[in-house]
Design a protein around this ligand. Structure first.
Ligand code: AMP
Length: 374
């Protein structure tokens, strides 16, 4: 199946070709016709499945067609997402896909000055990508009204709840028109998510791809059994020995991430760490350096890494195993994307054995044991 078969129109097709996307991913195949049909969607999909384009493409197409019929510019689509990194990433997608249309979009998030954001808004946009706090701020100051929204996207709903955004969401919802299309995405579907979705969606069509337990077959996974105090040397040795250009290292704690960065620097290996204690600017800079291959090694905590989307990420290293098995799947899912192959190494100390057991149980896969280089 091609994007043309999904009735995607010319200027958007050209932009997709330039991105090198030859065919729609499964979630795009399922969701695009439903969204173009103006139905509500309950999408169960994690990042890495192509879910951003699954909602961005039909939204852009709809707005483009309305504009061709003489529709004026006004705020028509709102995409709410939990983190700044995700917001920026979604905005980048809109930029790429709407390149040859006159659909305008902008992104707002907290932690930075609001002036450039309000100026963009004043110039007029069709699509707004926002994190909840800054959206409410700017609404309260009268910069944004949501009464012209016809399509509302709630992205990563489970993460929104985890991060405590439920109250913000509940304040935003009543400001949206009752008559609207709503697209709801969540990687996991606990009871609280089902309950929230019921208050937001109207006769949704459920779209589901790759349950969270499935690990892409294009990822080669290895486990290193090491003592905790040996992890540093193992990391240094692996980074010296392996040739991968981009390596994402996960640390369970912010403090741990900084320690790893210092150890690497002591061994003459350049790296940057991103976590919640770093300023928004520092995080953004580190991410840009990593994406442009200026920095080979990025060390991140789970929250900071959420949504990091790097093309050709070849290697993920779990310096610490995550407490929750699903997180393992999210972490290593950053590599082996879109047909590329990837590798994931995990360091497992004695006290982390129970976590490894959970991971093997969830993924139903045996992870190969690698021998520690001497
Ligand atoms: P997402 O799940 O939206 O975070 O997307 C995951 C990755 O897949 C991103 O790097 C996208 O740029 C890429 N991608 C999305 N759709 C396609 C497609 N149809 N073909 C190839 N790559 C895609």
């Amino acid at each position: 199946m091609t994007f043309k078969d999904l009735n995607i129109v010319e200027p958007i097709l050209t932009a997709l070709q330039e991105k090198g996307y030859s065919d729609p991913t499964p979630i795009q195949q399922e969701a695009i016709p439903i969204v173009l049909n103006k139905k509500d969607v309950f999408g169960c999909a994690q990042t890495g499945t192509g879910k951003t384009a699954a909602f961005a493409l039909p939204i852009i197409q709809q707005l483009y067609l309305e504009k061709n019929q003489g529709a004026k510019r006004m705020l028509k689509a709102l995409i709410l997402t939990p983190t700044r990194e995700l917001a920026i990433q979604i905005n980048d997608c809109f930029k790429d896909y709407s390149k040859y249309t006159s659909v305008r979009h902008t992104v707002i998030f907290g932690g930075v000055s609001q002036k450039p954001q309000t100026e963009e808004l004043r110039r007029g946009v069709d699509v707004l990508i926002a994190t909840p706090g800054r959206l409410l701020d700017l609404m309260n100051q009268g910069f944004i009204r949501l009464d012209t929204i016809s399509c509302f996207v709630l992205d990563e709903a489970d993460r929104m709840l985890d991060m405590g955004f439920i109250h913000d969401i509940k304040r935003i919802l009543p400001k949206l028109p009752k008559e609207r299309q709503t697209l709801f995405f969540s990687a996991t579907v606990p009871q609280a998510i089902v309950a929230l979705s019921r208050t937001i969606l109207n006769q949704p069509v459920r779209v589901e791809v790759t349950p969270v337990s499935s690990v892409v077959d294009t990822i080669d996974q290895y486990i290193y059994f090491v003592e905790k105090q040996e992890k540093k040397d193992l990391l240094v040795n692996l980074l010296r020995e392996k040739k991968q250009k981009s390596v994402l290292v996960f640390s369970r704690t912010k403090h741990g991430a900084d320690k790893i960065a210092r150890a690497l620097s002591g061994a003459g290996i350049g790296s940057e760490a991103i976590h919640g204690n770093k300023s928004q600017n520092a995080r953004q800079r580190a991410l840009t350096n990593f994406k442009s291959h200026k920095t080979r090694v990025l060390i991140a905590t789970d929250i900071a890494a959420r949504g990091i989307d790097v093309n050709q990420l070849e290697l993920v290293i779990n310096y610490d195993l995550p407490d929750v098995a699903e997180t393992y799947v999210h972490r290593i899912g950053r590599t082996g994307r879109a047909g590329n192959t990837g590798t994931a190494f995990s360091f497992c100390a004695q006290e982390e054995r129970p976590m490894l057991k959970d991971i093997q149980k969830l993924t139903g896969k045996h992870i190969k044991t690698a021998s520690v280089p001497v």
